[in-house]
Design a protein around this ligand. Structure first.
Ligand SMILES: [Zn+2]
Length: 436
């Protein structure tokens, strides 16, 4: 029997801990002699929901087993064992193929906002088993992770975990080796470090059990990359996940500027309507307009160089932007928090200049409206002379612009991945994809 087990929010602090708990469930499932049908799926959901942790990630495990009840009990025990005060753990076990309605639920969890009630309705309708602690919010991610079977583009992440006695202590990873690993494996790994500042990105900074996470295109390259990273502490366990990270999956749908819903994500194309403004704190804002309406686009300070692209825009430029909708408040109108800018068509910019003197080459000056021009140097007059238009270099080119790596969200598709998109998965798992 084919089974899908989804889990979310099994830890209160860091999203990545859900993957750690998942590794223990996978270990138990494998020990019970069940066959995994896929790498565990690490599914990132709508990153623009303010009450979720930054990661907003859930895990789905897909496998074959005879004893569904037994597996569910096992998973529940593991989740209870890791439960911490304040978390909203959710666990869902679904038998058989994933119904279209659950897939649709998952799509909505990437772009919009969903309620636990809606998750419960589907759980009931399809006879899934569920278990939740706290508010039941975890059930949304648990069900949504089951519904995203990663049939479109996907990537992999190898997550290596620390021994419990190291949690909260400094991570002993040699930064130089990370940069060497990046050079040796590019373009098949990504977001290893921030090219602008040199900051290492594979190591999280919280007290969670993750030592490092390496993202890339294939499981094989991740195993190679792991061996290249020099660590001065023990890797307690590791596991490779298949994921929608780095795919821009949350930005697939077009936003309607006439009806922007708070916290929704997507992309929209239009024309820059006003000169961009730089604001307090170094943020940049510009107005974007199309046939449906108009919105304020916000390019925040942490997005680094992306702000300079925004500042270089002028009214009339055609751009596409992707991002999340910020809720309107008393102080601030609805806005779009920009995650990328694609300059589709630059408006040509001209400067007017007085003509040059045909006799001496000096600059001429106007003798008054419709009166022609006179040379300042030699006095030559020309009643027919007209102002010249000279095209000004815009300083930016048409194309795609992203924030620096350090400001990428889990779902942000890095430049390196363009052209490496995949579809379809053959269900084969390589040797050594985990160590427990
Ligand atoms: Zn002259």
């Amino acid at each position: 029997m084919k089974l899908s087990l989804g889990l979310d929010d099994v830890d209160s602090r860091e999203g990545s801990c859900t993957t750690y708990v998942a590794s223990f469930i996978v270990e138990g499932i494998l020990k019970a002699g069940c066959k995994l049908l896929d790498y565990p799926n690490l599914i990132r959901l709508n990153p623009n929901i303010p009450w979720k942790t930054r990661g907003n990630g859930a895990v789905a495990i897909r496998f074959e087993a005879e004893d569904a009840e037994g597996v569910f009990e096992l998973a529940r025990e593991v989740v209870d064992g890791f439960h911490e005060e304040g978390s909203d753990a959710g666990l869902v076990l679904l038998e058989g193929e994933v119904p279209a309605e659950v897939k649709e639920f998952s799509r909505m969890a990437l772009h919009g906002v969903l309620s636990p009630k809606r998750a419960l309705r589907l759980i009931e309708r399809y006879g899934a088993r569920s278990y939740s602690i706290g508010s039941g919010l975890g059930l949304i991610g648990a069900l949504a992770s089951i519904g995203n079977t990663l049939q479109g583009d996907y990537t992999f992440e190898l997550l290596a975990y620390r021994r419990r006695d190291r949690w909260g202590k400094e991570r002993l990873v040699d930064p130089k080796s990370v940069i060497e690993m990046d050079v040796a494996t590019r373009p098949y790994t990504f977001n290893n470090y921030d090219e602008e500042t040199g900051r290492i990105l594979i190591t999280p900074r919280g007290p969670d059990p993750v030592l490092f996470g390496i993202r890339g295109e294939y499981p094989e390259v991740l195993l190679d990359a792991m061996r290249m990273v020099r660590v001065m502490e023990e890797i307690d366990r590791y596991m490779i996940f298949r994921s929608n990270q780095g795919t821009n999956e949350h930005l697939r749908f077009r936003l309607d500027l006439g009806r922007l819903k708070a916290y929704s994500s997507g992309y929209v194309a239009g024309v820059v309507a006003e000169k961009p403004k730089i604001m307090r704190g170094g943020h940049v804002s510009f107005r974007l307009r199309n046939e449906d309406g108009e919105v304020n686009c916000m390019v925040y300070e942490p997005t680094g160089r992306l702000r300079w692209v925004a500042m270089a825009l002028i009214p009339g430029d055609e751009v596409e932007v992707g991002g999340g909708v910020r809720k309107r408040t008393v102080k601030n109108p609805t806005a779009l928090n920009v995650e990328y800018i694609k300059v589709l068509k630059l408006e040509r910019l001209f400067k007017t200049e007085n003509p040059r003197c045909p006799r001496c080459g000096g600059r001429m000056e106007s003798m008054g409206r419709g009166q022609g021009y006179r040379c300042k140097k030699c006095g030559f007059r020309d009643r027919e002379a007209k102002k010249l238009l000279r095209e000004v270099d815009r300083g930016i080119k048409e194309g795609l612009y992203l924030p620096p790596e350090r400001a990428h969200r889990h779902l942000t598709k890095p430049l390196r991945r363009y052209g490496l998109e995949k579809s379809g998965f053959d269900g084969k798992l390589i040797n050594g994809w985990y160590k427990f």
